[in-house]
Design a protein around this ligand. Structure first.
Ligand code: ADP
Ligand code: MG
Length: 326
């Protein structure tokens, strides 16, 4: 059974940045306003996330890594609404099956913090009271230490760190009210956004002023498709050989080849050949229209009414580019 759990966990967490995405979302769910991430060897050796959120109550700490343990569902009805990506309460459990996981946490109501280490979903030893600030610090060490296949197929720590930068940068732009810090253990900070910043300011910090000064806001509501689109895109003065596409669907960083293609096709009439734009899109859809059968950590997302939704996105971007270019 342990082996099966481990294989399943290795499917959910395919690389350090997948685990980090789950941990960041947990911190955001816990209303953190400041999130500090520290990494060794691209997150393969060490990945720590410290937040100033609500913390975990000591009585919950014992079961928090058991499968399907979640504090985020009250009734079954919620499931249809919340389970946009088809799973709940699996992230910490999965990570604990394929890494050494330690949680240090304190709620405002508690006099002291508690520290607990987990293995295969269970507490390794009784948790210990200790000193600590309000909030939660989660440390993931030796990710994939027991998943031989996964470790072999992994790319370099440098490449894993690039993915981590992308995830942290994306969430920092999308959640500009929250401060994000990313650093390698014992080294200088690579990325830092202030608390209560703005989207444009964070784009400037993370991607530079050449992009930030060419940004335009876009916004669209469509009640029949039940969609809201917000974001910012570069005008036609900016182009880059790689470009950047940041897509959030219902506040989760995802990828959609079809949206990517649609965006590229609009810009291709304005930009030089093989040049791309910077595009950040936040799409809010009825959760029931986002495919729950697609595995949660599959980066590629599927949703209903895709064609109509993509048409809306296209015409929104198209009219913005036209208006700035006339
Ligand atoms: P889910 O987020 O789907 O509930 P997880 O496995 O990601 O499942 O987390 C399990 C539970 O652990 C959460 O429901 C939450 O109660 C608690 N938790 C995890 N991370 C944090 C955090 N950073 N701050 C507060 N509570 C947390
Ligand atoms: Mg979670």
């Amino acid at each position: 059974e342990e082996v099966i759990n481990r294989i399943a966990a290795g499917e959910i967490v395919q690389r350090p940045s997948n685990a980090l995405k789950e941990l960041i979302e947990n911190s955001l769910d816990a209303k953190a306003t400041n999130i500090i991430i520290t990494v060794k060897a691209g997150g393969l050796k060490y990945l720590q996330i410290q937040d100033n959120g609500t913390g975990i109550r000591s009585e919950d700490l014992e079961i928090v890594c058991e499968r399907f343990t979640t504090s985020k569902l009250r009734e079954y009805e919620d499931l249809k609404e919340i389970a946009t990506y088809g799973f709940r309460g699996e992230a910490l459990s999965s990570i604990s099956h394929i890494a050494h996981l330690t949680i240090l946490t304190k709620t405002a109501a508690s006099k002291c913090a508690y520290k607990a280490s987990y293995e295969n979903g269970k507490l390794k030893a009784p948790m210990k009271p200790c000193a600590g600030n309000n909030g939660t610090q989660i440390t993931v060490e030796d990710l994939f230490y027991n998943v031989i296949a996964r470790k072999k197929s992994l790319r370099s720590p440098t490449e894993e760190y690039t993915h981590i930068m992308e995830v942290v940068g994306g969430y920092a732009i999308h959640n500009s009210h929250v401060g994000f810090t990313l650093k390698k253990f014992g080294e200088n900070t690579d990325l830092k956004t202030p608390i209560n910043s703005s989207v444009i300011e964070n784009v400037r910090i993370i991607h530079g002023n050449a992009i930030a000064r060419e940004l335009m806001d876009i916004e669209l509501h469509d009640s029949s498709l039940k969609l809201t689109l917000r974001g910012c895109i570069t005008n036609v003065n900016y182009s880059h050989k790689k470009g950047t596409m940041l897509l959030f669907i219902n506040h989760r960083l995802v990828d959609s080849l079809s949206i990517r293609k649609a965006v590229d096709s609009i810009y291709s009439t304005y930009l030089p050949k093989n040049a791309h734009a910077f595009v950040y899109l936040s799409l809010e859809l009825d959760p029931r229209n986002v495919d729950v059968n697609v595995h949660p950590t599959k980066h590629e997302v599927q949703f209903l009414y895709e064609e109509q939704i993509i048409e809306k996105i296209k015409s929104c971007i198209e009219s913005k580019l036209l208006s700035c270019n006339s």
